[in-house]
Design a protein around this ligand. Structure first.
Ligand SMILES: [Zn+2]
Length: 320
């Protein structure tokens, strides 16, 4: 937990083996990005806010980055204690943010039709860490500006892929992007910096576009929900890793399924096609990921590559 720029705070809590971080941007108006899981307000967010002089009612905007339980789970508590705060999320994620029944069925349960499911206790946990359903106040589509003080405005970014309506926040004053789970390098990390899961995303082209959007934005610093803060070269490395993994997977899936549409060439690959098969589905060892700190993080990813072919994201497994 710390002030990363004057008035900008990272509230760092834990989620199982991972970090879980919310951000507070406090000018004349105060914006909270994400509410964590049920209980995060009292265990992490409020104690930190009080330590920097932000009491009940001090929030003006609460922006939910996306529809996952660890990002909107404590909406009800935050809204109860900050009734005037405007609760925001993207239009495309609204139903899932507002209704636990809806998200359990349509985000965490949709795999069932493919005979994939979370272990029962994980599925139960997903429901348990969502506080009472409450409506959001306003939905966004990306591009909106939130004015925090004279001379300090931040822009909402639409960064789809992990969810359809994933949002980030661009803070030009600090050249910083707060992107939550929008892009995820080579995978999710535990607190020791080891990769413990492939990056879960659901819209490949959306994810690719989001990586590209962030590369074009060229932020000096990147702040996420589950990774250590990144600056300078670490930002480039992380975005390069996100892009490299996506491409490696794409090659892999094209090779595996002869009848999958290879969208990069926009004509179907047919079984028995005379086109040369994609040969290299190896870990992208030549990717520009060389920074001392991040290579310590990313190198285990290469070793995990084999494993990712049998393990689905988010701990899903074949139904018994
Ligand atoms: Zn998350």
């Amino acid at each position: 937990m710390k002030e990363i720029y004057p008035g900008v705070h990272a509230v760092q809590g834990k989620l199982g083996p991972r970090w879980l971080i919310q951000y507070i941007l406090a000018g004349e108006r105060t914006l909270l990005i994400d509410t964590g899981v049920k209980g995060s307000a009292s265990s992490d967010i409020y104690p930190y806010m009080e330590s920097v002089g932000l009491g009940p009612g001090s929030l003006d905007y609460v922006l939910i980055s996306h529809a996952d339980v660890d990002h909107f789970g404590d909406n009800a508590t935050i809204k109860r204690d900050h009734p005037k705060a405007v609760l925001l999320c993207h239009t495309l994620d609204r139903e899932m943010v507002e209704s636990s029944a809806f998200i359990l069925k349509n985000r965490y349960g949709w795999y069932e039709k493919h005979d994939l499911a979370y272990p029962e206790e994980t599925f139960r946990w997903l429901g348990d860490v969502i506080n009472a359903d409450i409506p959001v106040d306003m939905t966004l589509s990306g591009g909106e500006w939130i004015h925090l003080s004279a001379g300090w405005s931040v822009q909402v970014l639409h960064l789809p892929g992990h969810t359809p309506g994933h949002l980030g926040v661009w803070d030009p004053k600090h050249e910083a992007a707060y992107i939550s789970d929008a892009v995820m390098g080579y995978g999710l990390l535990n607190r020791e910096g080891r990769i413990i899961s492939p990056p879960p995303y659901f819209d490949v082209e959306g994810y690719r576009g989001s990586v590209r959007k962030l590369i074009d934005l060229n932020p000096s610093a990147l702040y996420t929900a589950h990774y250590p803060p990144m600056k300078g070269r670490e930002v480039n490395d992380f975005l390069a890793a996100s892009s490299a993994l996506r491409n490696a997977w794409k090659k892999r899936s094209s090779r595996r399924s002869g009848n999958l549409q290879d969208r990069s060439r926009s004509r179907p690959l047919q079984p028995g096609s005379t086109r040369k098969p994609v040969r290299s589905a190896k870990w992208p060892t030549n990717s520009p990921v060389r920074c001392a700190r991040t290579s310590r993080i990313w190198r285990p990813a290469a070793r995990s590559w084999q494993r990712w072919q049998t393990v689905a994201p988010h701990g899903l497994s074949r139904k018994a």
